[in-house]
Design a protein around this ligand. Structure first.
Ligand code: NCD
Length: 657
């Protein structure tokens, strides 16, 4: 039998959410026709993390519908303590109940459990990932209070990095045509994987907005983002256009804020040593209540609150978070009815998306970079699976984890039949897409991994050195001179390299600047997808005060990368920069410009222009990264197992063999 789980807010179409809201309206009348809808049915609640509202409102909802609830008072006293996997727990409990409601501290754990349970599973919060039933309550409250969702401007505030309620809500607001302004605590901005999912799936882009006055009301934090109804491309320009900036500023000052969604700092999710994150945490209190611009702004909060929301707001009509919590029962009653109805009518899952699913054909394959992803914490319950995104954010070929949505950039690809591999490059796009379709694509995290699995490298065609050690040194010197000519001391320049080769070059530029000015220049690194903070100081400082996130406000940022091609990597880097602060300008320095831009980004400082063809590969070799090698830039092509053929034909050749 087809069952319908509710793991992500994306599992429901907009009209289905509307249907749930209509049902919820009916549920407000407890004596209504649905009163005994769940008679004879059992819900099991499995909460591996603390909960008050979510659990009790789900349990109350089930009982109000005439059903009953079984539960484990504390998962520490369940067989989990004896080492039972979530897969086994899900399988067993599903045979005791008609529906499972699960909260877990691992990202993606509820999705993994849903695969093993043969009854519907509801995600009541999985790690920092999503909390979709909370979003239903949030949207329902907002609509009841403001009459609509479309066109509303909602400020999301606080810990936007770890707050799962925020992620689900952001996707939903985008889908319902609301405008979103984000006010993250510094170091707790919306993660890049969420920003890119928003763009990819909902065609919604967060654009930076200058509104210092707004920040001042709630915090010291820098980042303010706006999702305009007409997404524009400000983040694509490397120079912050003053005119655009002032237009946005005007827009911001005219904006009416309909709601502010405050969230707690998710202390339990901070990594060790992450105490610096969110140090200046926003707070809503008297100042907010006095501010004219917020006179019609209702305040929501998923609760619990700690000290980010002062009790003064409770007495004001705008504080509607207790109402929001109370709606938890009718909304969850409606959700339960919706899911059981779907089961009976055997309605398949709303929309079937066709995705390029990647599952490693080899015993070792790529791993999700999120250490808290269920594929890392309990791989026996969740084998890594990814959606293949070609020309995704970050440039090139990106994998999105099907459990937690985090992304990783593909480094090495292999073809299973000839057992050959090479590093990924856009010249391989067509071949790799074909291998994927045929189930013959292997992906490796490292060269070592490929070789351990018995793969041999594809041969490399004739190589041409287009820049040697001396050329590279001269380019770095030239770029450094140009940077100094274009930047004043008062701009407080910050050199930011894109990991990893861009970061090496950024380090060399910083050295040159030091030689010329006889002082240190601040240096940082951007990691587009990874396990670390998105922007971090180099060298990583150990002293407590300097561990604070780099402040970008009003600075002249020089972004450095080795090669610019489609421009997508730079687009992602710019998006990270703008959400982390409000620099005065961002200039781009690259060693090589290959042309073939897909997004409108223009480098300001270029070592060498190499108008190469799409089939050629350009590789920058730097001694800091490739040991025993001299610095050089190479141009070459890849050859199939029997020699001679360029990459796209490499598949054809392999298919014949
Ligand atoms: C939230 C959660 O658990 O994610 N609470 C809730 O479900 N109402 C928010 C939080 O814990 O901060």
């Amino acid at each position: 039998m087809k069952k319908r789980d509710f793991i992500s807010i994306s599992d429901l179409a907009n009209d289905e959410i509307e249907e749930i809201f209509r049902l919820a309206d009916r549920m407000l009348d407890r004596a209504g026709p649905e009163a005994k809808f769940c008679a004879g049915k059992i819900m099991a609640t499995l909460f591996y993390e603390p909960s008050t509202r979510t659990r009790l409102s789900f349990e109350s909802a089930m009982q109000r519908l005439g059903g009953s609830v079984i539960s484990c008072p504390d998962m520490r006293f369940s067989s989990t303590a004896k080492g039972e996997t979530i897969a086994d727990t899900a399988r067993v409990v599903a045979s005791y109940a008609d529906i499972l409601t699960v909260r877990h501290n691992w990202d993606g754990a509820v999705k993994a459990m849903a695969k093993y349970a043969d009854v519907p599973v509801i995600n009541a919060g999985d790690g920092s990932h999503e909390h979709p039933s909370q979003t239903l309550c949030d949207l329902y409250t907002l609509r009841k209070e403001k009459g609509k969702l479309k066109g509303m401007t909602v400020v999301l505030c606080g810990d936007l990095k770890h707050g799962r309620t925020v992620h689900s809500l952001l996707y939903a607001l985008a889908r319902f045509g609301a405008h979103v302004v984000t006010l993250g605590a510094r170091g707790m901005e919306i993660p890049q994987y969420v920003v890119e999912k928003l763009e990819r799936e909902y065609h919604y882009s967060l654009a930076p907005m200058a509104s210092d006055d707004l920040q001042a009301v709630v915090s010291e934090s820098d980042a303010v983002y706006l999702t305009p109804s007409q997404p524009h491309q400000l983040a694509l320009f490397t120079q912050v256009d003053p005119e655009m900036q002032s237009r946005l500023k005007n827009l911001a000052s005219r904006l009416k804020f309909d709601a502010l969604y405050m969230t707690r700092k998710q202390k339990e999710r901070l990594k060790e040593g992450g105490e610096g994150e969110g140090r200046e945490y926003p707070r809503i209190g008297e100042r907010f209540l006095r501010e004219r611009r917020f006179k019609d702004t209702v305040v929501l909060h998923p609760l619990p609150r700690v000290d980010e929301l002062s009790p003064e707001v409770d007495k004001d009509w705008r504080g509607i978070y207790f109402k929001q919590a109370a709606y938890g029962v009718p909304v969850r009653m409606a959700l339960l009815k919706f899911l059981f109805d779907a089961l009976e009518s055997r309605k398949a899952v709303g929309k079937h998306k066709t995705v390029n699913l990647f599952k490693s054909p080899e015993p070792i394959g790529p791993q999700c970079l999120n250490h808290n992803c269920v594929t890392r914490t309990e791989p026996v319950s969740a084998e890594p699976r990814f959606e293949a995104l070609f020309a995704g954010g970050g440039g090139g070929f990106v994998l999105r984890c099907c459990y937690c949505d985090h992304q990783l950039k593909v480094q090495y690809v292999g073809h299973t039949r000839p057992k050959r591999y090479c590093s990924y490059d856009s010249s391989l796009l067509e071949a790799v897409q074909r291998w994927l379709m045929q189930g013959e694509l292997a992906i490796f995290d490292s060269l070592k991994q490929a070789e351990e699995l018995g793969y041999e490298p594809y041969k490399v065609g004739p190589q041409r050195i287009i820049m040697d050690e001396a050329d590279i040194r001269r380019s770095i010197e030239q770029i450094s001179d140009q940077i100094l000519a274009g930047t004043g001391e008062r701009d407080r320049p910050l050199i930011l390299g894109v990991r990893s080769k861009g970061a090496v070059l950024a380090g060399r530029i910083a050295e040159q600047l030091k030689v010329r000015r006889n002082r240190d220049f601040e240096l940082g690194e951007i990691e587009i997808y990874g396990t670390e903070e998105e922007i971090k100081r180099v060298p990583a400082s150990i002293s407590e005060t300097e561990r604070e996130p780099i402040n970008l406000k009003d600075r002249a940022v020089i972004l450095v990368d080795d090669v610019i091609h489609t421009g997508r990597t730079i687009k992602s880097a710019l998006s990270i920069i703008f959400k982390s602060g409000r620099p005065r300008s961002v200039r781009l320095a690259v060693l090589v410009d290959r042309g073939h831009r897909e997004v409108p980004v223009k480098p300001d400082y270029v070592g060498k222009h190499i108008p190469s063809s799409d089939r050629e590969r350009v590789r920058v070799k730097l001694r800091e990264i490739e040991q025993d090698e001299k610095d050089k830039v190479l141009i070459y092509s890849v050859i199939g197992p029997d020699g001679g053929q360029p990459p796209p034909d490499l598949t054809a050749e392999a298919t014949v063999s």
